[in-house]
Ligand binder design. Sequence first.
Ligand code: G1P
Length: 297
Amino acid sequence: MKRKVTKAIFPVAGLGTRFLPATKSIPKEILTLVDRPLIQYAIDEARAAGIKEFIFVTSRGKSALEDYFDDAPELETSLRKKGKTQLLEELKATNMDSGAIAYVRQNRPMGLGHAVWCARRLVGNESFAVILTDDVIAAEKPCLQQMMEAHAETGGNIVAAMEVPHDKTSSYGVLDVSEDMGSLVRVKGMVEKPAPDVAPSNLAVIGRYILTPKVMQNLNKKKEGAGGEIQLTDAIAEEIRNDNPVYGFRFRGQRYDCGSKAGFLQATVAFGLARPDLRDEFSDFLGDVVAMRPAAE
Ligand code: G1P
């Protein structure tokens, strides 16, 4: 029987320059969609997919992230005293068991591949997941769980994928498809951030991966790729050349690019509208804003 994937890497070392000045003193992963930080969405998705060990690759200035997952006994006592039981339950759901999270440091920003490689000793000789917290995916069944189910059938390496506009390929890893089976595609090549005229397709990698330990070994070579960085895409592509299978998985769900301001705003609106306690008031407000827009122009 195939071993279950129980470890996930969260590369959270990025500087978050696109969200300055907010990210001058808080990690971008703590920025909130409605009332939950981005990292919480990623952790919840990982938990739903059966992940038990959470490996954060951090950097200087990210200590707020470590504090976030600790128990908050004073806060809990105060909420209990005030009888705010629902809030208390919500708060407790964010606590992580001692030992479930491990932190490793990436000393220098050398690319996503390098960040993942920093977790090699904690991953050992097991397949592992990678979640990029910038990519928030709203889905009935969480994206990583969908991928785990597909992976149970295929084994090998799987990356989340979706079609993007042709002129946007240079923002993504892009798949060269050898066989299209619908939600699954077999991949014969992968390119990191190709210009539209050389991109093999417009099927882009989105930040969810299930990878074999061999990808980690490929990262040992520390070969620089696009942008002079060590790219995860290149280490996965090497597996194809070694005749080990790589699949793209067209997930069911809506992806928001919360690494960009526009994407973050879109996610805020979508998640706000999805909340029963906010929906009515918020949609009335949005209706008014839209109605007023021509006058403001
Ligand atoms: C990273 C990956 C890229 C992938 C993207 C998805 O790029 O390197 O292959 O398509 O995430 O969001 P980044 O957005 O960190 O530049």
